[in-house]
Write a protein that binds this ligand. Sequence first.
Ligand code: NAD
Length: 300
Amino acid sequence: MTDKFTIGFVGIGMMGAPMASCLVNAGWPVRAYDLDREAAVRVTGAVVVRSPAEVAAGADLVITMLPDGKAVRAAVMGPDQSNLGGLAEAMAPGAVLADMSTSYPLETTSLAEVLEGTGITLIDAPVSGGVWRAELGKLTIMAGGDDAVIDRIEPALSAMGTVFRCGKLGAGHAMKVLNNYLSASGLAAACEAVLIGRRFGLDPDVMADVFNVSTGRNNATDVKLKQHINNEAYAAGFTMGLMAKDLRMAATLAADLEVPADGLSACRDLYNRAEAALGPRADHTEVMRIIEGLTGEAEG
Ligand code: NAD
């Protein structure tokens, strides 16, 4: 690969748009593709293309930033899984496919098996930090797969955040779904604590201030309680559908590995209920509205 190789970016959504923009701003030649033609034009400075074949043409690295592993497999192998019309058909042998979506780890290893013999190497590199850290190029990137291949693509990944090597292929995806379990359960706990405190007569903003300089501090108390929940803005930029999906994957991983995880099951059930009640496009911070409903606070 030359110093600044061509990158195909597939999935120009809430996260993909700022991530691809960071690559462009760092001087990487980027080709952008999304099923939604309006979405891809959001990356100023990228070449907007209209098919998987065009996004893969001449790219040494293709990045997928799609809803989940099933969408990734459809993009890579083609809609009918025949390898026709997908990225794999058009990518050159020697090219690297980096799946930065939050995908299920065992689907990632299964996709690598399908790619065997094509000369394409799959790396998983999901991210944490949300839209605002994506805009700043300050994501946490959890990489899994061949170290030498990660060495080759790390200069490009570094334009979007800091790379942490988590281990074998799929390790990044396993790390990511477990991180989101902690994020989701921390948010649910913060919401419950605020409800109990409110009923006692505590001011929710004072509660956030105290949590944030005490041992109860977590990501939700820090960047969600005052910013999105106490003021009912509910616009953190990560959907309920994606959070519920991540929790289902974490719970499936626990079951596949025969680890009993009662807290994880309860958390998954709460967010599944929230997704069913509020719809997948609701902001994940609206889980507060479901917890309020359970306590009767919503009606009060
Ligand atoms: P999004 O729904 O905003 O974007 C996904 C994009 O993929 C959409 O524009 C959609 O049109 C496109 N797409 C779907 N299938 C496609 C295909 N076959 N070919 C081309 N384009 C296709 O989602 P997002 O919030 O950007 O999240 C993307 C991934 O990143 C998810 O796996 C999510 O769990 C993860 N993630 C999101 C956040 C966040 O804060 N939003 C944070 C960390 C990780």
